[in-house]
Design a protein around this ligand. Structure first.
Ligand code: SAH
Ligand code: SF4
Ligand code: F3S
Length: 447
């Protein structure tokens, strides 16, 4: 395959600009990609205008996510018609799913899936001399274990600890775009965390599609989490995502046992109906999930729980939807990410059709969004008058006179500016609360 020759002189350093879409795994992968590109002489661009290479790291989880990328590619091609020298590439889950279709539809120069990023510099080099580059093979072993992600200094860092997913929930494209489950070595993760602490990072989030399946020899995820927490007892340690089926009592005890392991668990439920859970291949029942929540709350009374919910899965009845509503009321989640079911070609659920009409999905979605807002609002009202520990992220987006930070339970707190800097932990008295934000009166340094 050959495209027109891109006449860029290699006498100057080439710059790469990456736009990242989708989940935190993609954010973490973008840092790996920047590191790989940097080693081959491509430095990061601050804006698209100064870039020689633009890469979109994409998501396929719902149709809407993909539509956004198609539009973006269309715009990039149109706006940059005056820049025939620009190399345009697609990375991530859409690259894996759509492969050469992307080349045909958008005339992109490179298409590289999540397990082939090591090939990217070579493929981009090739694109400059007119060769289209495709790398979409999935791997059973690639973890990028030896690559130190390219990160700007900051307070919070993402660390990918495992890749892929073997769960095959029937609605989900991820096992097809990310391949089989595999874990990084415990040692390399600890070295990465030490490096981050030395650079001044104050919070890390361990990432995987199902972190509970992490394994390195005899070490499981609870061992990894405890070891990371022991690197620095003042470092805040978080993780996401947990599959309810695999969250062990050992892990619950580990979280309960260490102060710097945040008391916050994202525990996607997807539906409150046993029939739908079975059709989704979630491998737990409503009762088992509720029992898990009970055990978590017994051992970690202050824990915050959040979830993911899908409305309008094929064959979902009014009663099944009501089961989800009652599940939300029973668990009282601190937060929820809620989605309309989107059929994905190639997944088992795709064969079931998409029989819940869109307006019904929307109605059900709106109902649970309203319910969750009320639950979050009520839970947050209980915090008024309480003093909470907040890690400062920076200035609030809405006002220069306010700072913004997060509690251990990952709730956003906005409070007046004081002599404190990002990464500091301060005590803030909560005076007011909405469903999404807590507002504080003042702050004192915490020790
Ligand atoms: N591994 C994570 C989820 C990754 S996808 C986990 O199991 O929690 C994030 C969320 O997107 C899922 O939890 C699910 O709620 C939603 N999702 C996945 N596929 C979807 C689809 N086809 N339609 C609508 N929502 C979907
Ligand atoms: Fe998808 Fe299920 Fe795997 Fe999550 S656990 S990534 S929802 S298949
Ligand atoms: Fe999207 Fe791929 Fe993440 S489909 S949610 S970017 S794993």
């Amino acid at each position: 395959m050959s495209v027109e020759n891109k006449s860029v002189s290699r006498s100057r350093e080439l710059k790469v600009y990456i736009e990242t879409y989708g989940c935190q795994m993609n954010l973490a992968d973008t840092e790996v990609v920047l590191s790989i590109m940097n080693k081959s002489g491509y430095s990061p661009a601050r804006t698209l205008d100064e870039a020689d290479v633009v890469l979109l790291n994409t998501c396929s989880v719902r149709e809407h996510a993909e539509e956004k990328i198609h539009q973006r590619l269309h715009t990039i091609r149109k706006e940059l018609s005056t820049r025939p020298d620009l190399v345009v590439g697609v990375l991530g889950c859409m690259a894996e799913r759509l492969r050469t279709n992307l080349v045909e539809r958008h005339k992109v120069d490179v298409v590289v899936g999540p397990d082939e990023y090591r090939k990217l510099p070579q493929l981009v080099d090739g694109a400059f001399s007119g060769t289209q580059g495709i790398g979409v093979r999935l791997s059973r072993t690639e973890t990028y274990d030896d690559i130190v992600p390219f990160r700007a200094d900051g307070v919070s860092a993402w660390i990918s600890v495992m890749r892929g997913c073997d769960k095959f929930c029937t609605f989900c494209i991820v096992p097809f775009t990310r391949g089989r489950e595999r874990s990084r070595s415990l040692d390399s993760i600890l070295r990465e965390v030490e490096g981050l602490v030395n650079r001044g990072f104050r919070e890390v989030t361990l990432l995987g599609q199902n972190v509970n399946s992490y394994r390195d020899g005899t070490n499981d995820f609870a061992d990894l989490l405890s070891a990371v927490a022991d690197v620095d007892s003042t470092l805040r340690v978080r993780f996401t995502t947990s599959h309810p089926r695999d969250l062990s009592d050992k892990l619950i005890d580990a979280i309960a046992g260490k102060d710097n392991l945040c008391k916050y668990i994202h525990l996607p439920v997807q539906s409150g109906s046993n029939r739908i859970l079975k059709a989704m291949n979630r491998t737990y029942t409503r009762e088992r999930y509720l029992d898990l929540v009970k055990r978590i709350r017994e051992r970690i009374p202050e824990v915050a729980l959040s979830t993911d919910i899908i409305t309008g899965f094929p064959t979902e009845t009014v009663q099944n939807h009501q089961d989800t509503v009652s599940m939300m009321e029973q668990v009282c989640y601190d937060g929820a990410y809620m989605f309309k079911y989107s059929p994905r070609e190639g997944t088992p659920a795709h064969k079931l059709g998409d029989d819940v009409p869109d307006d019904v999905k929307t109605e059900r979605l709106n109902e649970i969004i309203t319910l969750q807002q009320k639950i979050s609002f009520d839970l947050n009202q209980n915090l008024i008058g309480r003093i909470v520990e907040v890690m400062v992220d920076g200035r609030s987006k809405k006002s220069d006179q306010q700072l913004s930070g997060r509690t251990d339970a990952n709730k956003t707190v906005v409070f007046p500016v004081g002599p404190i800097k990002p990464g500091d932990i301060v005590k803030v008295k909560i005076s007011r609360a909405s469903a999404a934000t807590l507002f504080g009166e003042g702050s004192v340094a915490s020790n």
